[in-house]
Design a protein around this ligand. Structure first.
Ligand code: NAG
Ligand code: NAG
Length: 330
């Protein structure tokens, strides 16, 4: 949105003359994101939530243009949901039990070379961004993203793997489908099951279903997985550089994360201990002197930078990006 519009709209909001401008934006937003609500009560509630988020976005972007923030927010498809709803319905990562940790030794990490920047998308190790919908299956997307990268390295072909396969079939490994799961237990399933199907063979459905794994659709496998030293961004950088995309857990609780539009996400209050969402680190770099992680999310391409976020790097493990990082080995 044009800065002038933002300023004008803010003035309108302050003066209380905003209703027709806002109504128009609400109607356009609903069309763009294919929103249909069940009844009048729901419409009134969603409109109120949307308006609150709109004010947040406008204020934030106004401040960003004045140099107070290094990222902007946008009215994406999540803008009619409260932060609590998003955290409850989309952010289904369970906290890992320490018993599952199989640490890498620091010696191993230090011996790896670390270039200044890395973007595994350029080497074709990253499949298209998907949208998990209102299902807490982030753990399945994150883990399959890491496995897709390793499979591509091994076979030379990038085949999107099936998060639905994990949602439906890994309950006995300790996962809970759309109600959440663990990155490590996603890999445990693939190891135990002897493989995982392709997305094409076993497509995503946004909800729990009956397990329909078939060896006919098998496109991925792994024999082990490794958990990086907790909170160590240097180790994460080294492993991303030498191994490929790494599944990680982050704090995605803040509205600024839900409505992230673009730029370098750097929120000082993003506590590394409050982890609730699984994503995929696909690279890293430096922009105007500020280090960042390049991260793939599973909230569709309307969110962030075509579905990706650049998250501040070497800022004391901001948002817990290195608190729980895992990669599989074939
Ligand atoms: C209106 O729709 C919402 C959401 O779909 C639903 O939870 C609620 O029960 C509905 N209320 C009425 C009065 O039908
Ligand atoms: C892994 O490292 C953590 C922290 O250094 C430690 O508490 C834990 O016991 C280690 N786990 C294993 C399996 O070595």
């Amino acid at each position: 949105m044009h800065i002038l519009h933002v300023v004008l709209l803010l003035d309108f909001l302050v003066l209380g003359h905003s209703s027709s401008a806002l109504n128009k934006m609400w109607e356009e937003w609903k069309v763009k994101h294919h929103k249909v609500y069940d009844n009048q009560t729901e419409i009134i509630f969603r409109r109120a939530v949307w308006q609150k988020n709109m004010l947040l976005v406008l204020t934030h972007n106004q401040e960003a243009s004045a140099g107070k923030h290094s990222f902007t927010l946008g009215m994406n498809h999540l803008a009619d949901m409260t932060a609590e709803e998003i955290n409850e319905r989309l952010n289904g990562l369970k906290l890992e039990e320490p018993a599952h940790f199989t640490n890498l030794t620091i010696k191993e990490v230090n011996s790896l070379s670390t270039p200044q920047s890395m973007d595994w998308r350029k080497s074709g190790l990253v499949s298209p961004v998907q949208n998990q919908g209102l299902c807490g299956s982030c753990w399945a997307f994150s883990s399959m993203g890491a496995l897709e990268g390793q499979m591509k390295k091994r076979t030379g072909v990038l085949v999107p793997l099936s998060p639905q396969n994990l949602v439906d079939c890994s309950t006995s490994d300790g996962n809970h489908g759309c109600r959440g799961g663990y990155i490590s237990k996603a890999f445990s399933y693939v190891i135990r099951n002897g493989g995982v199907d392709s997305e094409k063979f076993y497509p995503y459905e946004h909800q729990n279903g009956k397990c329909r794994y078939s060896v006919k659709g098998k496109a991925g496998y792994c024999s082990n997985y490794h958990i990086l030293p907790q909170g160590d961004e240097r180790a994460l950088q080294a492993v991303v550089a030498s191994v490929g995309p790494v599944a990680v857990a982050v704090n995605a609780m803040l509205s600024s994360f839900h409505l992230y539009r673009g730029g370098l996400y750097n929120v000082p209050g993003c506590n590394p201990r409050f982890i609730n969402h699984a994503v995929l680190v696909v690279g890293y770099g430096t922009d105007r002197g500020q280090d960042y992680w390049l991260v793939k999310n599973s909230w569709g391409t309307m969110w962030g930078e075509e579905g990706f976020i650049r998250l501040a790097r070497n800022k004391n493990n901001l948002c817990g990006i290195a608190s729980f990082a895992v990669y599989p080995t074939l």
